[in-house]
Design a protein around this ligand. Structure first.
Ligand code: CTP
Ligand code: MG
Length: 231
């Protein structure tokens, strides 16, 4: 494997929907902080050469000492401050990269990634330059207006729910971000949207796992605990 891959792990969010005193990425599940698990996966993967950890300014030294040094995550080359919105943190991560071929942009609040997911993502990005990890939707999805009136029901076979990592050619995602930052970013909720809107490149879907949940609200912690107890 000659291509250089960098993981950008996002942990600069406030976790408002969790309503906990400690930010959700630092809450412990089965003896380790939520953030530990995805860093561990990237650290162990031969596909990944280095990791940029993006967090909030006030917890940078905590992250360095209590996570990076404590668990010997030697691939973490930089711990940098994120921004107000997720896309600001992504952008900070992109600027901190040392010119990789591909970047794996990942939510630090998703502890259940594994080597197979990374492999499927890398294989897809090598073909297209842009890949999102996701799963076919188990539920029917409806498009509605803001008043709650249903407008349409997309064919469920074509509906996927999207997870992370999202994997891109570094040059492509940088170009897309530079371009959209000059416009309106307020509706941007994932990284692939930026590529979809700003470039002609087709984003490829690759299978994640139904377990690759994002820890968002308190019930997600219970679900995550149950998954970990099975292993
Ligand atoms: N994130 C980030 N910088 C931000 C916002 C989010 O790095 N300004 C990260 C979070 O730490 C998380 C991931 O992006 O790992 C997904 O975001 P989300 O689940 O929305 O986390 P929070 O923004 O922390 O939670 P909430 O929206 O409930 O406040
Ligand atoms: Mg958020």
């Amino acid at each position: 494997m000659s291509e250089k891959c960098t993981a950008i792990v996002l942990a600069a969010g406030k976790g408002k929907r969790m309503h906990s005193k400690i930010q959700k990425q630092f809450l412990e599940i089965q003896g380790y902080p939520v953030l530990y698990y995805s860093l561990h996966c990237f650290q162990e993967s031969s596909m990944i050469q280095d990791i940029i950890l993006v967090t909030s300014e006030d917890v940078i030294s905590y992250c360095k000492e209590q996570i990076v040094d404590k668990y010997a995550f030697s691939k973490v080359t930089r711990v940098i401050p994120g921004g107000k919105e997720r896309y600001d943190s992504v952008y900070a991560g992109l600027l901190a990269c040392d010119n990789p071929d591909y970047v794996f942009i990942h939510d630090g609040a998703r502890p259940f990634i594994n080597e197979e997911i990374l492999r499927r993502g890398l294989s897809a990005v090598q073909q297209t330059g842009a890949c999102v990890i996701g799963m076919p939707s188990k539920d029917t999805v409806k498009i509605a207006d803001t008043q709650g009136n249903v407008l349409e029901t997309p064919d469920r076979n074509c509906v996927w729910t999207i997870q992370t990592p999202q994997i891109f050619s570094y040059a492509l995602i940088c170009r897309a971000h530079e371009s959209i930052r000059k416009k309106d970013m307020s509706k941007v909720t994932d990284d692939a949207m930026v590529v979809e809107q700003e470039t002609g490149v087709k984003v490829r879907l690759a299978q994640g796992s139904y377990r690759n949940i994002k820890i968002t609200t308190p019930e997600d912690l219970k679900i995550a605990q149950a998954f970990f107890q099975e292993n």
